[in-house]
Design a protein around this ligand. Structure first.
Ligand code: G3P
Length: 226
């Protein structure tokens, strides 16, 4: 499973990229609002992210009609070769995805909460589909179980719809809230987990690692004084 970073915060992206284990970035309007972004600076901000990460960077189209989404998608894709256009799972989004995929533009179909939605995303030519895990947990349902069903259903078929390069659709486990979610997503076989920076840090940490480090430091102190 690959790790993407789920943030629009450039400092977090630069730091996580320096760890060498982050393969991409996902953003959304909420994450962009969180860093105080403006509409006029959005293309430049996406360009800055694309320059500091060697991998796909999802930037979301906010239009509600297919024509608006297609126009935005083309503009976003023109920012950098590693832009992936993020489009919500809805009828207009599927229609826009079909057009953009035919033009070789990669789409990440987001706000996916069911197997039929994921299958339709794949058939419309999406390169990625993003089932949201944590938001199911928010309404007292099992987000990991939903993710598992989506991974299994997509694994049953070969999708040739994903544009000229014939790449298979990949599942991005999104709305990840904990290291436990990361573990479960990996065991299920999700291709990618997109994680907030604080969750990524928690994935590195373990109390036994911390305890072991403290013991090594203490013993090295003894050796140094001998
Ligand atoms: O990429 C979008 C998704 O990860 C959002 O997560 O925490 O707002 O449900 P969250």
């Amino acid at each position: 499973m690959k790790f993407f970073l789920d943030t629009a915060d450039l400092a977090q992206i630069e730091e996580a990229a320096s760890w060498g284990a982050v393969a991409g970035v996902t953003t959304n309007p909420t994450l962009y609002a969180r860093i105080g972004g403006t509409v006029s600076d959005f293309p430049k901000h996406i360009a800055r992210i694309c320059a500091c990460i060697d991998g796909p960077v999802s930037a979301e189209a906010v239009g509600s009609t297919r024509d608006e989404i297609i126009r935005e998608g083309r503009e976003l894709a023109a920012i950098a070769p590693n832009v992936v256009v993020k489009i919500p799972t809805m009828i207009e989004g599927l229609a826009a995805t079909r057009v953009l995929a035919n033009e070789g533009i990669r789409v990440n179909m987001t706000l996916c909460f069911s197997v039929p939605q994921a299958l339709l995303a794949a058939r419309s030519g999406a390169r990625y589909v993003s089932p949201f895990v944590g938001r199911f947990d928010d309404i007292a349902e099992d987000g990991i179980e939903q993710l598992s069903s989506i991974v299994d259903a997509l694994d049953n078929y070969v999708f040739a719809e994903g544009g000229p390069n014939g790449e298979e659709i990949e599942v991005i486990a999104a709305s990840i809230r904990s290291a436990q979610h990361v573990t479960q997503a990996a065991l299920i076989g999700a291709d990618i987990a997109t994680v907030p920076f604080d969750v990524l840090k928690k994935c590195v940490e373990h109390p036994l690692t911390a305890r072991g480090l403290a013991a090594f430091a203490k013993d090295w102190e003894k050796v140094s004084q001998a």
